[in-house]
Design a protein around this ligand. Structure first.
Ligand code: NDP
Length: 504
């Protein structure tokens, strides 16, 4: 037998028998000295790492990004510096709310995270398949996610929790409308778009800056499931989208997306009619037509799921020179939370795992030690800065140009509450077809009917505020009085809650 075929312990020691535990006599108890058994069991006991608290169920693949248009007047990012330039990527798609073992067909946003291995370090674009989000203040995020998970007593998803929070959070109405349209159940990961959702900043080598939003448009075309199809597939093949992605790449039917950017100058941003940092809003295409920038192609399946997909760690804070954050509060909080989650799940040296390590740029710094430091840990090179022993030096060319910030430090409330209903109203009236509206109303009624009447009334008033026909049809589907909903729709959030408190 060749050495590579010989079974060994984790430390390379040959194993003579992997079927019979060592015992004291034929019928005696197990001996502590069976170190092979102890190693095998103790490793097995530690196989699971903490599940992601959101985006737990996912699939991933490798590929490349190719630049197709000259964008050097907007950004100095080197990976975008030349038409035709290719950069290796790793992409992870996911559902958001449910556990690692849950169904791919769930009604849920889908994560769309891209890691670009650029020559200036890893750049992560950590987006979703929806251009907006439910909330715009990160203080609400843990509460929101709790409502989408399991009830603390029953351990079951709970329509009362789900809709109670949303009906008391009017800014969620745009995302709720998208989620309950058939786009809330994409056919698979290949037939959906990816959006940055947040506004980011691009800056060029003259220190001029632009506000931007990313749209990865599927080249396969948008395809969605109806509620009935999603329910059936969830039962028949809970991993259908994971399998679909893997199989498409295996048969060389490589999925691709065209990257389009919406770009806004600082002048255009000044008096724009929506807050451009509010993640519950889109930038209308007619005001900011998306321009094509590149193409993302997935052509490599992971060889091992745990190594490459479960351990893939993305952070919106991984930005390369030429790309920067914006004041979007949700984005600012994610800059902390993603990295913090990876420290918890994977440990302080998660950047050394092959899928996370910068493949096209060296890692050069003074960080040392920590659990699972499995490279040479900087060898004998200096581990402090400044030093006079030739250690790596900061390069001021990589700094984001300075920008003005002013104002009073306070917990500022959002000041344009009524515009929350404009865009979902446009979506319902102007974008959706008759069939899309029928499906939307049917999907909402089927889910919201599980909640208490007072919650149904509050939530339906929000649909009514977006569009009267929308609210009326949901009210009729739920058997609510349309007149009551009309009255509730003109009240403040607080008055609406008081007025419905007694509804049984
Ligand atoms: P447009 O008519 O130019 O754009 C409408 C866009 O809506 C389409 O391009 C498509 O986006 C998207 N869309 C189509 N069907 C659905 C659906 N069932 N659920 C969600 N999105 C859908 O108008 P505007 O740019 O003025 O936007 C009008 C409304 O469209 C917005 O209020 C917003 O709700 C929605 N929308 C707008 C986007 C934007 O970035 N402007 C992006 C996505 C949605 P896509 O081409 O990205 O598939």
């Amino acid at each position: 037998m060749s050495d590579s075929k010989k079974l060994t312990t984790a430390f390379g020691i040959p194993v003579g028998d992997d079927q019979n535990t060592m015992t004291a006599g034929k019928r005696g108890p197990v001996l502590m000295q069976d170190v092979h058994l102890l190693e095998k069991l103790s490793h097995f006991d530690r196989e699971r790492i903490p599940e992601r608290v959101v985006h737990a169920k996912g699939a991933g693949a490798g590929g490349y990004f190719e630049v197709t248009a000259d964008v050097t007047k907007y950004t100095k990012a080197k990976f975008l510096s030349e038409v035709g330039k290719q950069t290796e990527v790793f992409v992870r798609f996911s559902t958001v709310g449910a556990e690692k073992g849950s169904a791919d067909a769930a009604r849920d946003p889908r994560g769309f995270a891209v890691k670009f291995y650029t020559e200036e370090g890893n750049y992560d674009m950590v987006g979703n398949n929806t251009p907006v989000f439910f909330i715009r203040d990160p203080l609400k995020f843990p509460d929101f996610i709790h409502t989408q998970k399991r009830h603390p007593a029953t351990n079951c998803p709970d329509p009362n929790m789900f809709w109670d929070f949303l009906s008391l959070t009017p800014e969620s109405i745009h995302q709720v409308t998208i989620l309950f349209s058939d786009r809330g159940t994409p056919a698979n990961f290949r037939h959906m778009n990816g959006y940055s959702s947040h506004t980011f900043k691009w800056y060029n080598d003259k220190a001029e800056y632009f506000w931007v939003q990313y749209h990865f448009k599927t080249d396969q075309g948008i395809k969605n499931l109806t509620r009935e199809e999603a329910t059936r597939i969830s039962g028949e093949d809970p991993n259908h989208a994971t399998r679909d992605l893997y199989d498409a790449i295996e048969r060389r039917d490589y999925p691709s997306w065209t990257l389009q950017m919406q770009i806004m100058t600082p002048e255009q941003a000044k008096d724009y009619r929506f807050d451009i940092f509010d993640i519950t809003k889109v930038w209308p295409h007619s005001d900011f037509p998306p321009i094509e920038v590149g193409r993302l192609v997935l052509n490599r399946n992971p060889k091992n799921y745990f190594a490459e997909v479960e351990q893939a760690a993305f952070s919106p804070g991984n930005l390369v020179p030429g790309i920067a954050t914006s004041p979007d509060k949700m984005l600012q909080a994610r800059l902390f939370s993603y990295h913090d989650t990876h420290l918890h799940r994977l440990g302080p040296n998660y950047h050394l795992l092959p899928v996370n390590t910068p493949k096209a740029a060296p890692e050069n710094n003074y960080q040392r030690d920590g659990f699972m430091r499995f490279d040479d840990n900087g060898g004998g090179a200096p581990n402090y800065w400044p030093n006079s022993f030739g250690g790596p030096e900061p390069d001021s060319n990589s700094l984001e140009p300075p920008f003005e910030v002013s104002g009073q430090a306070a917990r500022h409330a959002y000041t344009h509450p009524n515009d929350d209903f404009v865009q979902p109203g446009n979506l319902y009236r102007d974008v959706m077809t008759d069939e899309a509206r029928d499906h939307l109303v049917g999907n909402i009624v089927s889910h919201l009917s599980g909640a208490q009447k007072r919650i149904q009334m509050r939530q339906t008033a929000l649909f009514y505020k977006a569009d009267q026909d929308y609210g009326r049809r949901v009210a009729e589907g739920l058997g609510l009085e349309v007149k009551d909903i009309e009255n509730l729709a003109v009240m403040s959030r607080e008055d609406r809650a008081k007025a419905t408190a007694e509804a049984a």
